[in-house]
Design a protein around this ligand. Structure first.
Ligand code: HEM
Length: 408
């Protein structure tokens, strides 16, 4: 690594384990890995001054923190959010992702059976049909942006059908969720906040209508499960919040997991026909893509009781960021971690988190990738990148702005 590769905004004070680094520095969000490497070498648990809290950049600490029950997603004692963003936070706070046991256990148990491997596997023929229809619609030759033409529609249609909302509403779902996830963007503006609140209100009203409809006329879908569960298992507001979580979590990350994986395969120079030759090789390629370019790079935890981790003392209320993207390139866990090598010795990556909040949708996301990637490369063997991949200015959500490819 040469200093020239490092983002200009990066300053590492190794002695005090403090780092300054702007998440909006284009050199960083285009390629965060040289900075991660330099930080991990100097001070793997460090104060990221731009966020104002500690962050962990090595696999062992990130893994340990995901599983450590002395840290949680709930943050008791944190000052309430400003009144103008309250509707967003009120909805968010009732989702299982923001709760700890026993509420987390109660909410997750209710929907788990829809997401276990066997239940998800039943969706395979439907996912294949969605994917094939999109491939049929691609032009014979020329240049196309595979994000809107391929990566975006697959997850939203699949999760909409699983929940039981019309797939034709996908454009609304995408619009609401894009505006809502902008709340997690570093340096978000007042306009971002207003748009997120408006989207929250519209999305909640939409879900309330659908849930009421299911209470009156149950069907075989997840919305019915949420709408008709006994009051002791889920409240009406929790049903809305968790339906919103499932719809948003169900596609935002998967879109970029597909896009990042296509870019990783094209950039690797490896032969796609070999990478996807069998289901086992396909699964290994998908796992390596999720390690190499995970779409989510930062989740936080708050300390709930005094703890000492990696030699550092934490007090209740302290926040810590878990840098998934950095952990997944830790040389202590993977040899030559900056290479895309599906044949490497497998080791558990952190792309889906860990512990009690481990991604509920992991089997579904894996299935979507295991259908979407081999079919794309089998049908379009001449696929090439049309230009260098350009990542969007959304550091936490690592995904491409566009995935322009030439179809041969
Ligand atoms: C490749 C795509 C995906 C990635 C990389 C991903 C990643 C993650 C990660 C890292 C977490 C843990 C967050 C934390 O511990 O703070 C998480 C949680 C979650 N994910 Fe995913 N996810 C993906 C797709 C999906 C899909 C398709 C669904 C379907 C509904 C989904 C639903 C959820 C839910 C409900 C949670 C919260 C679980 C809990 O709090 O117990 N995700 N995901």
């Amino acid at each position: 690594m040469t200093p020239a590769e490092l983002p200009p905004s990066l300053h590492i004070d190794a002695a005090r384990a403090r780092v300054r680094l702007s998440p909006a520095d284009p050199a960083f969000f285009q390629d965060p890995y040289p900075a991660y490497r330099a930080i991990r070498r100097s001070c793997p648990l460090f104060l990221w001054e731009d966020y104002g809290h500690l962050c962990a950049a090595d696999a062992a600490t990130v893994d340990a923190l995901f599983r450590d029950r002395r840290f949680g997603r709930e943050a008791p004692g944190r000052p309430p959010p400003p009144e103008r963003v309250k509707p967003f936070h009120d909805l968010d706070a009732l989702s299982m992702l923001e709760r700890e046991p026993p509420a987390h256990t109660r909410l997750r148990r209710l929907v788990t059976r829809a997401f276990v491997f066997r239940a998800v596997e039943r969706l395979r023929p439907r996912i294949e049909r969605v994917v094939d229809a999109l491939l049929d619609a691609l032009p014979d030759r020329g240049t196309v942006d595979l994000l809107p033409a391929y990566a975006e529609p697959i997850p939203v249609v699949v999760i909409a059908e699983l929940l039981g909302v019309p797939a034709a509403d996908a454009p609304h779902l995408l619009d609401w969720s894009h505006r809502m996830v902008a709340m997690y963007r570093p340096g978000r503006t007042r306009a971002d906040e207003d748009a997120a609140v408006a989207a929250t209100l519209a999305f909640s009203a939409y879900l309330r209508d659908h849930l009421a409809e299911r209470r009156a006329r149950p069907r075989e879908d997840l919305l019915t499960l949420l709408a008709t569960a006994p009051e002791g298992e889920i409240t009406p507001d929790e049903a809305v919040a968790n339906a919103a979580l499932l719809l948003n979590a169900g596609h935002e990350a998967t879109v970029h997991a597909i896009g990042n994986a296509v870019a990783a395969v094209l950039g690797s120079g490896l032969d796609p026909a070999a990478l996807f030759a069998t289901p086992a090789l396909t699964a290994a390629t998908v796992e390596e893509a999720l390690r190499f370019e995970p779409p989510l790079h930062l989740f936080t935890r708050t300390c709930l009781e005094p703890a000492r981790v990696a030699g550092t003392a934490f007090r209740p209320g302290d926040r810590v960021g878990l840098l998934i993207g950095a952990a997944n390139r830790d040389p202590a866990r993977w040899a030559a971690p900056d290479g895309f090598d599906p044949a490497r010795a497998p080791a558990p990556h952190l792309g889906f988190g860990g512990g009690i909040h481990f991604c509920l949708g992991a089997p579904l996301a894996r299935l979507e990738l295991e259908v979407a990637l081999p079919r794309l490369f089998a049908r379009r063997p001449g696929l090439r990148s049309a230009d260098a991949p350009r990542f969007a200015d959304r550091y936490h959500f690592r995904g491409l702005d566009a995935l322009r490819v030439t179809l041969g």
